[in-house]
Design a protein around this ligand. Structure first.
Ligand code: SF4
Ligand code: SF4
Length: 229
């Protein structure tokens, strides 16, 4: 199974189910089984994970999304400032165990502590870029970790991330309907080749230009700005 801990949702604090009665979206107007789920995918083949946050609670809630320098630069090119959308996450000693080598290598060390950048949360604990009724406002500019989620690659295999099936069982429409990898890929309009490409880009992005990445981490550690524009 894939191991990168892209998102660690705090499930005990998450609403257990979306408000299906209140929602008028066709997603909730059906009795769902595996067959109707596939029909839904046919009818709404443009539905993607980016739409998910518009119609229900999503994995962008209380999420931990690692940000590479490439992600930061891309988002900054849209006019946002890194210190407004990113914060520093400190890794505890016990959390370093089990990281893949590249992941351990990607962390920035200051004064004996290890850090990475992640998205800030808004007051409602959603990612700062998830806007009510609009979904993810970054669109194609969202982080690589968001693009590959909920998949990971090991050797030539594409699989769900380690904790995806358990942690998202009550939330994710992909998981709730028991979609297999190929069905889930179709749901989010991705292919196995795309996931391999995202995986390669993630490893490269998180292990190159370490000095510049470290300077961004240091700047944000020292920043006092509390919220994005
Ligand atoms: S950037 Fe977009 S897809 Fe990624 S966690 Fe934030 S709202 Fe979700
Ligand atoms: S992975 Fe699941 S919960 Fe996350 S955006 Fe996609 S469908 Fe929604």
């Amino acid at each position: 199974m894939g191991s990168w801990k892209i998102r660690t949702s705090i499930l005990d604090e998450r609403p257990s189910t979306p408000d299906k009665q209140a929602c008028k979206h066709p997603f909730y107007s059906r009795t769902w089984n595996r067959f109707s789920w596939l029909i839904f995918l046919e009818e709404y083949s443009q539905l993607t994970c980016r739409d998910c946050g518009r119609i229900q609670e999503s994995c962008c809630f209380k999420t931990t999304v690692p940000l590479s320098l490439e992600d930061v630069k891309q988002i900054e090119s849209l006019g946002y400032r890194a210190e407004d959308f990113a914060e520093v996450l400190e890794y505890g000693e016990d959390e370093l165990d089990g990281l893949e080598n590249w992941e351990r290598e990607s962390l920035v060390e200051f004064c004996g502590k290890c850090y990475t950048l992640v998205f800030k949360h808004a007051n409602d604990d959603n990612c700062i870029f998830l806007k009510k009724g609009r979904g993810c406002v970054l669109g194609e500019h969202r982080a690589l970790a968001c693009k590959i989620y909920p998949f990971w690659r090991r050797d030539s295999e594409i699989m769900f991330l380690d904790d995806f099936e358990e942690s998202m069982k009550d939330v994710c429409m992909i998981r709730r309907n028991g979609a297999k990898v190929d069905e889930a890929l179709k749901c989010i309009c991705e292919t196995r080749e795309n996931i391999k490409e995202y995986h390669d880009r993630i490893i490269k992005a998180f292990t190159s230009e370490k000095l510049e990445y470290a300077s961004v981490v240091k700047k944000i550690l020292e920043s006092k700005n509390p919220s994005p524009a």
